[in-house]
Design a protein around this ligand. Structure first.
Ligand code: ATP
Length: 353
């Protein structure tokens, strides 16, 4: 899949592949990343996202293809010569140094003037809310604070692009959610392009301006979170991002999708065998007898709303339907009917993956 060319890609990945012996980890990926973008590489374990990130950083060299930064081929450059910085999953902080010393170290190696080092470290500590911890050592910090030091240490060098490999992987759920928003704010304030690797789709949806979905080393789709959520390119992406119901059936010459107990008029559907895909929030529940008949098989409470699992004749597995909590008091075993919004459905014909 190729991407429409954008005015100023800071990073251009051109037909990049990487093989390790018989394993193809990355399989001909072409992708543009724009300046100041928060870009996420997302996919299941083993899809090649870390390998792609390591090639951007220069720790692996591509078996084929080129990587351009600001239009210049950086493929031959070693990691330390690239204006990119990789933040490691393990924070790799110096345990015997304070926060300030951890941040200053890289700049001292670059032989910057002392006053400049102090200025940049102060500025970066303020941005990452670390000023109160300047004198502490890593073992006197919480997980979230250590994570911020690792980020600050990467930011203080002012790379053009910061590469982050599962940066929030070590944090518990609550802190992770807090840090997702903080990371986005810091990216914005620093004005640096972030490329982040994650296998967590919610994390990518929350943080990314755009994201790429990878599977088996191949690029399946690139787009803004809402584009990918609302118009997934294939069944895999539809299933990987958020919750999706699938109904197998066929589209007639009249454009009507049919499955047992269900007839739905669709626009732009190719006649033939097809899969209808609909999100739980795009199915409405009504009294029995109106539309697709079903029986409540299970109810999951999610605070603000509830998800009904409704068994129908149209699909083998129960369809998930999101209803606001408190609007209706359905019980397991109740008969009801489902109304699917045809404008919010995706239809995958038999020949799409
Ligand atoms: P995870 O989320 O589990 O880290 P990933 O999407 O980042 O997965 P990669 O680590 O890029 O995936 O690995 C992609 C494929 O390449 C896997 O099949 C992996 O086993 C293989 N691979 C990665 N690095 C090497 C290596 N150095 N030698 C051999 N095979 C490798």
């Amino acid at each position: 899949m190729t991407e429409p060319t954008s005015p100023a890609p800071i990073l251009r990945i051109e037909g990049v592949a990487k093989t390790f012996g018989p394993v193809t980890a990355v399989d001909g990926v072409s992708l543009d990343i724009r300046e100041n973008e928060f870009f996420a590489l997302l996919g299941p374990s083993g899809c090649g996202k870390t390998t792609l990130l390591r090639m951007l950083a220069g720790f692996e060299s591509p078996s084929a293809g080129r990587i351009l930064l600001d239009g210049n081929d950086i493929s031959p450059l070693p990691p330390e010569k690239r204006p990119l910085n990789l933040m490691f999953q393990s924070y790799a902080l110096f345990p015997h140094m304070t926060v300030r010393q951890n941040l200053s170290y890289g700049l001292e190696m670059e032989r910057l003037a002392k006053a400049e080092i102090i200025r940049r470290v102060d500025e970066t500590m303020a941005m990452t809310d670390l000023t109160p911890f300047a004198g502490r050592k890593p073992d006197q910090l919480s997980g979230g604070q250590k994570q911020r030091v690792a980020l600050a240490r990467a930011l203080v060098k002012r790379p053009k692009v910061l590469l982050l490999d599962e940066p929030l992987g070590a944090l518990d759920k609550k802190l992770r959610e807090k840090m997702q928003l903080e990371l986005k704010r810091m990216q914005h304030e620093a004005g640096i392009t972030f490329v982040i690797v994650t296998h967590d789709q919610e994390e990518a949806l929350v943080m990314a301006d755009r994201m790429a979905i990878l599977r088996d080393g191949r690029l399946l789709q690139v787009g803004a979170p809402e584009e990918i959520y609302e118009r997934p390119a294939d069944r895999f992406v539809a299933n990987f991002i958020g919750v999706m119901n699938f109904v197998e059936g066929k589209v007639g010459a009249d454009g009507i999708f049919e499955a047992e107990g269900l007839r739905l008029a669709l626009v732009d559907a190719k006649p033939g065998p097809a899969t209808l895909a609909v999100r739980p929030e795009n199915v409405a529940v009504g009294p029995p007898g109106e539309r697709l008949a079903g029986t409540v098989a299970d109810i999951a409470y999610h605070g603000l709303d509830r998800v009904l699992h409704v068994q129908t004749a149209a699909a083998g597995t129960p369809l998930q339907v999101r209803v606001p909590a408190g609007t209706a008091t359905w019980r397991i075993g109740d008969a009801l009917s489902l109304k699917i919004d045809p404008a919010k459905c995706r239809v995958f014909s038999g020949d799409t993956p």
